[in-house]
Design a protein around this ligand. Structure first.
Ligand SMILES: C[S@@+](CC[C@H](N)C(=O)[O-])C[C@H]1O[C@@H](n2cnc3c(N)ncnc32)[C@H](O)[C@@H]1O
Length: 426
């Protein structure tokens, strides 16, 4: 067994736990922006790369509460961290990395285990053959309060990096490294992990980005709120570059998916993104989409952005499982019949970014969506403009009485706390 940690969109932890349970039949626990679950450490572990609600994955090689790092001087605290190295379950971690990537580490993981055993007995710096050793980087994240520690994240990453170099002889490298060791420190809790994903798994559907293109993992969480069923029609009436319809059509089978927008440039992007998926189905993917590139092999990061801002041209890694089409329309006057749609899943204009007047737009949208949705039809809608949305739903009687609010979730979208509503038509 190996413990896997997944970094997920804050607010959509429940969606990731649900997906892990559906896919692997195991229970995942969640904390803010993360899920943790156990799986057998076998070649089939590579299946985790097909999870759609998770941004990045890590093999946990040690987790412990470690009071020795709080309220101690810097040297004592860092020594406690570096002393951990010999206790870590490197064998399981490196094997998990090989199982997930389906590739042997340069030199094979046994070479690292032999070096570790030698270091455990002598504590002497690695003096063996350095040819063909894997390169590595250490990254340190400290999400909790920092004043408890006398050291900075970079100090901790550098200290652990030095003992790794002493023990294994691995050369440090700032990018294009073979192994990323992640040190997470939250108060006195320490977790040491090996990164199993080099690029975020949200980089899968989109090659043409707009200013408000949503991450595929956020789209997936919204879609899960609506719980599409085979045979249903799913519509995103404000689809922008098509991120929600494309996630629906690649993540679910037997749906009919429709996206529309009133902005022709957005529709051109949607068409280009759809075309890129068609094209990638006929050739191998060579996508490049790294979240953070820094100039040091020892890094400390804040939470990664949740909006898919990476503008690099990538090849989609998804396959279409349901038909999808895009149409230019005004979402307040949809060219769709009464009670013809099962689900609306969408990302509403936030107001500031797109300069929309949401006090007029949101009521018009909610009225029109009530017309096209079947009875008990669902809406999963994300907005940053919670004040307008809640005022309309709670205080505007002609509109409020059309909808039941089934659930709300606060979702972190690139640092903005947005709200995702699940509504059902009365
Ligand atoms: C927040 S963005 C959607 C972004 C999209 N989820 C994506 O990933 O690209 C909202 C979209 O609503 C569109 N929009 C605003 N008012 C509209 C209307 N009345 N009818 C159709 N589309 C509209 C805007 O052009 C914009 O593309």
């Amino acid at each position: 067994m190996i413990t896997i940690r997944g970094a997920v969109v804050t607010g959509f932890e429940f969606a990731a736990c649900e997906e892990v349970n559906e896919r692997f039949g195991v229970h995942a626990t969640s904390s803010r922006g993360a899920i943790v679950f156990d799986l057998p450490n076998a070649p089939a572990l590579s299946e985790i790369l097909t999870l759609r609600s998770v941004d990045s994955l890590y093999a946990v090689i040690d987790r412990r509460r470690f009071e020795a790092i709080c309220d101690k001087d810097q040297d004592t605290a860092l020594q406690s961290i570096t002393a951990l190295l010999v206790d870590l379950d490197w064998a399981s971690g490196l094997q998990a990395l090989e199982n997930v990537t389906q590739q042997s580490l340069p030199g094979g993981h046994q070479r690292a285990i032999d070096a570790l055993n030698a270091y455990r007995t002598t504590s002497a710096k690695y003096s063996g053959d350095k040819n063909g050793l894997p390169s590595y980087r250490v990254s340190c994240y400290r999400p909790g309060p920092r004043e408890l520690h006398s050291f900075g994240s970079m100090d901790a990453a550098r200290a652990l990096g030095n003992v790794i170099n002493n023990c294994f002889g691995w050369p440090p490298k700032m990018d294009d490294f073979d192994i990323e060791v992640v040190l997470r420190i939250n108060n006195s809790d320490i977790s040491v992990e090996l990164a199993l994903t080099k690029k975020s798994l949200h980089c899968r559907n989109i090659v043409e980005f707009g200013r408000t293109t949503l991450r595929s993992t956020i789209c997936h969480g919204l879609l899960r709120m609506a719980a599409p069923r085979p045979g249903e029609t799913i519509v995103d009436p404000l689809c922008g570059s098509g991120s929600i319809p494309l996630e629906a059509a690649t993540g679910w089978s037997e749906l009919f998916v429709l996206g529309g927008d009133n902005y022709s440039v957005a529709l051109e992007r949607s068409a280009a993104n759809l075309q890129a998926i068609y094209s990638s189905q006929t050739r191998p993917s060579s996508s490049v989409c790294s979240d953070e590139q820094t100039s040091s092999p020892y890094c400390s990061f804040d939470e990664p952005s949740s909006i898919a801002t990476n503008q690099a041209k990538t090849s989609p890694t998804s396959q279409l499982r349901s038909p999808v089409a895009f149409v230019q329309w005004d979402s307040t006057k949809l060219p769709l019949g009464n009670e013809s749609v099962d689900c609306i899943v969408t990302d509403l204009p936030f107001g500031k970014r797109l300069r929309t007047d949401n006090r007029r737009l949101y009521p018009a949208l909610l009225l029109e969506w009530a017309r096209v949705l079947k009875k008990d039809g669902r809406v999963a809608a994300l907005t940053h403009d919670r004040r307008n949305m809640s005022t309309i739903l709670m205080r505007c009687k002609p509109i409020g009485r059309l909808w039941n609010i089934k659930a709300t979730h606060n979702i972190n979208v690139g640092g903005l706390i947005c709200i995702a509503y699940l509504l059902t038509k009365r």
